[in-house]
Structures are given as structure tokens and as C-alpha cells.
Ligand binder design. Structure first.
Ligand SMILES: [Zn+2]
Ligand SMILES: [Zn+2]
Length: 346
């Protein structure tokens, strides 16, 4: 089969690989019907992910059809349409039982990192009963593509914010995760969404598709002042989904006293926490990697028409064109958000 691997020098290459087969009784083999490229894939190629194994097939965001299951897979059958979780988790350990699957002692981020991922025609999914979620009948593969990774991350950010009905929530970063966070914040009761970015085309998308009520270009406008004018005390919740040089500082500055600042962004450098300046604000900071445990709930919301991430697909290309798609995704020209990869065309 055709698959995309990366090499330690930062190169990517389409190669011929043997079809994956069941290794553990809890495995399933999935025919990939649609996959996507994630910023984390770029982090791997550029050497920022120490646990990533060179020559591994990239990709962890996908949907597909189950073509075979191991003898101990209980919830899935051949022919099931499934959405994959970006995290592999057991569902039984101390952390999984509390819902903290990102810290599962048997799992973590494996697919497309330490074991072969989904940017291929077929993929082996370990611990398939927890790693795959059946897609409801009226939800298409494209509708479900982002459920297990970026939509989960956006939902995680909104959930961490402990939103109350009527709240004003500010989201820093109008990339795919930020846009998902806006939709989820609205779903969880936010009345006013403020979208912040330095890219006007992304701010426009936030206004048009993620239904942000207010957009602020933090490079050309006085973000703090605008938010204070709008809210009197600052935002009730802030989701930091940008990970830029000064976006962490902005996140606590625009939060009102006693607000939650939910940090879902991944930074490349340390950030400072100037406690003397924020002493009286009594803020709550929550940070971390997504606990993607709500895949079924998110698929139900999509089935009910309450969430829709189709607008994130800027372009669909077959797996044949994946190397060009990587450079297009990385340069992010012309309002590029996500690329959906369809099966190899012979
Ligand atoms: Zn990802
Ligand atoms: Zn576990």
C-alpha cells in the first residue's frame, strides 16, 4: 500500500509498505477514507517531538472503515464507519477512569508518532475499542474528520473555561483549534465570543463561520481596551489557542478577576507568570494536552446539526498529492485552514 513516511533530516516521502495486520487481539485495521495533516505532523518532521520514530507513517487525524478486528475487540465490527481518537488509551487505568486519557499509562500519542499512522491506505489501530468511535448514520466521513483531534481540543478548551450561560469568552488564535473552541464555547452557553488574531483573513473566517461576535486584530488594535469597553471587567473566560510570543501575556490581561484562563496552545518557549502583577486578579489557569474523551458526544452534536467543522476543509486532495499538500499546509497561504486527504487514486 501507499504511505507517507518522514526521515530524520526533515524529508517526507511516499513509500510502498506492506498492508498492516492485527498484532494484538485489541487491534483493528481501518481503511482510511479521509485523513488530514496536523501542525503536530510538522513538529515531528522538524524534530520537535523527541519520542517520534523516523521512517514511521505520519498522521493521527482520520476517519475510515473497519476491515478487520482482533479477537478481543468487543465494540466494533468489520464494515463499521469510525472516527479515530488522536490518543491511544486503555480506559481502565487510574487516569483513564478519571477521564484524563491524555495521561493513560498504557497510551498517549502513538499513531503517526511512535507507530505507523493514518497518512496511508490502511492503518492498524491499537486498543481499538477506545481509540475508535462509530460514526452516526447521518454524519459523513468529512463531517467526522476532526472529531478525535482538533474538535476535541477546541471542546477541551471550552470545557476548561467552566462557561456559564451568558458569559463572554475570548479566544486567542483563529486557527482550526481556536475556531473549534469558539463553536464549542457557544454550545456550552457563551453569549458573546470575541475572536483575537493578527491575521485578518482568519478573523474574517471566525466572523463568518465560527460565529464570533467581535473580532480584534491584536497587532493593529488595542485588545485590552476594546475588551474592557465591551465587558466592564474583562472576559469571563479566555481560551488561549495561539501559542505566540505574547499571547500568553494577553490571555491573563484580558481575563476579568476570578476568570478561568484555559491554555490549549503549545509553546515553543517558556512563558512568564508575573504573579505580583496579577496578585489581586485571583485567576485560575488550566493547561495541557487534550483529554479527547468526548468523541461520541461531539459526533452526536454533529448529527444534531449543533456543530459543523466542514468549513475547516480548505482543500481536498488525493493521497497521491500529499507531499505538495504538506508544503501548502505549512505556508498557510490564502486562508488555508486544513487539507483533507482522500484515498489514493490508481
Ligand atoms: Zn493533531
Ligand atoms: Zn489508561
Amino acid at each position: 500500500m501507499k504511505a507517507l513516511i518522514w526521515k530524520s533530516g526533515g524529508e517526507i516521502e511516499i513509500v510502498e509498505k506492506p498492508f498492516p495486520s492485527i498484532v494484538e487481539p485489541t487491534d483493528a485495521i481501518v481503511r482510511v477514507t479521509m485523513s488530514s495533516i496536523c501542525t503536530s505532523d510538522l513538529h515531528i518532521i522538524h524534530g520537535y517531538v523527541p519520542k517520534a520514530v523516523p521512517e514511521t507513517v505520519l498522521g493521527h487525524e482520520f476517519v475510515g472503515e473497519v476491515v478487520s478486528v482482533g479477537s478481543n475487540v468487543k465494540k466494533l465490527a468489520v464494515g463499521d464507519r469510525v472516527s479515530a481518537n488522536c490518543e491511544t488509551f486503555c480506559g481502565e487505568c487510574f487516569f483513564c477512569k478519571k477521564g484524563y486519557i491524555n495521561n493513560c499509562i498504557k497510551g498517549g500519542w502513538k499513531l503517526g508518532c511512535s507507530i505507523d499512522g493514518c497518512q496511508a491506505e490502511y492503518v492498524r489501530v491499537p486498543l481499538a475499542d477506545t481509540g475508535l468511535t462509530k460514526i452516526p448514520e447521518n454524519v459523513s466521513y468529512k463531517n467526522a474528520l476532526f472529531v478525535g483531534d482538533i474538535l476535541s481540543s477546541g471542546y477541551f478548551g471550552a470545557e476548561m473555561c467552566e462557561i456559564n450561560q451568558g458569559d463572554t469568552v475570548a479566544v486567542i488564535g483563529c486557527g482550526p483549534v481556536g475556531l473549534c473552541a469558539m463553536q464549542c464555547a457557544r454550545l456550552l452557553g457563551a453569549e458573546r465570543i470575541i475572536a483575537i488574531d493578527i491575521d485578518d483573513s482568519r478573523l474574517r473566517i471566525a466572523k463568518e463561520t465560527a460565529l464570533a461576535d467581535v473580532i480584534i486584530n491584536s497587532e493593529t488594535e488595542d485588545t485590552e481596551k476594546i475588551i474592557l469597553d465591551l465587558t466592564a471587567y474583562g472576559a469571563d473566560g479566555v481560551i488561549e489557542a495561539a501559542g505566540g510570543e505574547d499571547t500568553f501575556e494577553l490571555s491573563w490581561k484580558i481575563a476579568r478577576p476570578n476568570a478561568v484562563v484555559a491554555v490549549v496552545a503549545m509553546y515553543e518557549t517558556n512563558q512568564t507568570l508575573p504573579l505580583p502583577h496579577m496578585y489581586g486578579k485571583n485567576l485560575i489557569f488550566k493547561t495541557g494536552g487534550v483529554d479527547a474523551i468526548h468523541c461520541m458526544t461531539l459526533l452526536d452534536y454533529i448529527a444534531q446539526g449543533k456543530l459543523n467543522t466542514d468549513f475547516l476543509v480548505t482543500k481536498e486532495v488525493p493521497l497521491n498529492d500529499i507531499t505538495a499538500a504538506y508544503s501548502e499546509f505549512e505556508t498557510k497561504k490564502d486562508g488555508m485552514l486544513k487539507i483533507a486527504l482522500t484515498p489514493w487514486v490508481y
